[in-house]
Each structure stands twice: as structure tokens, then as C-alpha cells.
Write a protein that binds this ligand. Structure first.
Ligand code: S3P
Length: 171
């Protein structure tokens, strides 16, 4: 059974996912990394050269290729569930796990690492804060359709243990 990890940018999908996959000895895939490997460009380069729509097409294609993977953990880009029926597709093709953070903690964390995220990198702190709030209000109802929602805290060990329990339950 494939597990798809969902959640906003910076919610630990890749970091926690990699640790969990190693602990359970299952394959780990990160849709952003696969998009980069296939295109030979970084996500930022794809956004600046071809625009967001092109990126969304690539990530939807990459997602559908995960139907060939057996038991594995797949970390998805923060916007992926919100385009191209990707959410419905994941629900039909695996177990969806939403890594939910308290909004305030997530916002603080994102403002610190936002240079690594093309949707936020060029914005002032104020504009980035507004963009995060806007995106959260659009995306949360979609993430919340996941089979499992985990209320994370931003504390790495606590969050890891929660995700570990959920994966044990599924696998
Ligand atoms: C995006 C999130 C990023 C990456 C791209 C777009 C988004 O992934 O796919 O920058 O729209 O929220 P992470 O969630 O891993 O940061």
C-alpha cells in the first residue's frame, strides 16, 4: 500500500518522510525531487523559465507514475493536491496522510525558510504572510479530505512518533 504525505510547504513531508521510510525499509519518493531529476532543472528554475502551470503539469504526470510503485512513502509538493484532480487520484491509489501544523507555527517557520520556495521567495515579509494565509485558506479544505490527518506541533521527535504510529497502522 502506498502512503501519500500531504501538507503545506515546510510542514516536514520530506524530512519526516525520509526518516520514516528508512525506519520501515520502504522506498521513499519526493515528487519535487522526481520533477527536478526528470527535467534537469530546479523547481525555482522551472517556475522562472516556464511558469507555474508547466510545473503543475509535470508534477501531475509524475504523480500518476507512482501507480507503478509498490509499498512506498511518497512526499508530495504543497500545491500538488490542489490541481488536476490529484487529490481524488491519490485517494483512489493509496492512503493520504495530511501533516497539519498550527497556522502560527507554520507561518513563523515558513518565513524563515521562504527563500527556498519560489512562491514566497520574492515577497516582503508582509506579502509572504498574506500569501501564506491566502494559500492556506484555499488549500486546507483540500488537504482535509485526506484519509488521515495528523496534528503536528513543529517538534520533530513528537511529530515523527505520530507519523510512525500512522504508518504502522496502515502497513
Ligand atoms: C509548492 C510547494 C513546493 C514545490 C513548489 C510549489 C506549493 O513543495 O512543489 O515550490 O505550491 O506549495 P514543498 O511543499 O515540498 O515545499
Amino acid at each position: 500500500m502506498r502512503i501519500y504525505l500531504l501538507g503545506f510547504m515546510g510542514s516536514g513531508k520530506s524530512t519526516l518522510g525520509q526518516r520514516i521510510a528508512a525506519a520501515f525499509q520502504v522506498s521513499f519518493f519526493d515528487t519535487d525531487n522526481v520533477v527536478e531529476a526528470h527535467s534537469g532543472m530546479t523547481i525555482s528554475e522551472i517556475f522562472s523559465t516556464y511558469g507555474e502551470n508547466y510545473f503543475r503539469q509535470l508534477e501531475a504526470d509524475i504523480l500518476r507514475q507512482t501507480s507503478f510503485y509498490s509499498k512506498s512513502l511518497i512526499s508530495t509538493g504543497g500545491g500538488l493536491p490542489c490541481f488536476d484532480n490529484n487529490m481524488e487520484w491519490m485517494k483512489e491509489n493509496g492512503i493520504t496522510v495530511y501533516l497539519q501544523w498550527p497556522d502560527d507555527i507554520l507561518r513563523q517557520h515558513l518565513l524563515q525558510i521562504r527563500n527556498t520556495r519560489p512562491l514566497l521567495a520574492q515577497l516582503t515579509d508582509k506579502d509572504a504572510g498574506e500569501k501564506i494565509a491566502d494559500l492556506l485558506s484555499i488549500r486546507k479544505p483540500i488537504y482535509e479530505q485526506s484519509s488521515i490527518t495528523l496534528e503536528l506541533t513543529g517538534d520533530m521527535e513528537y511529530d515523527y512518533n505520530l507519523l510512525e504510529k500512522a504508518c504502522k497502522y496502515v502497513w
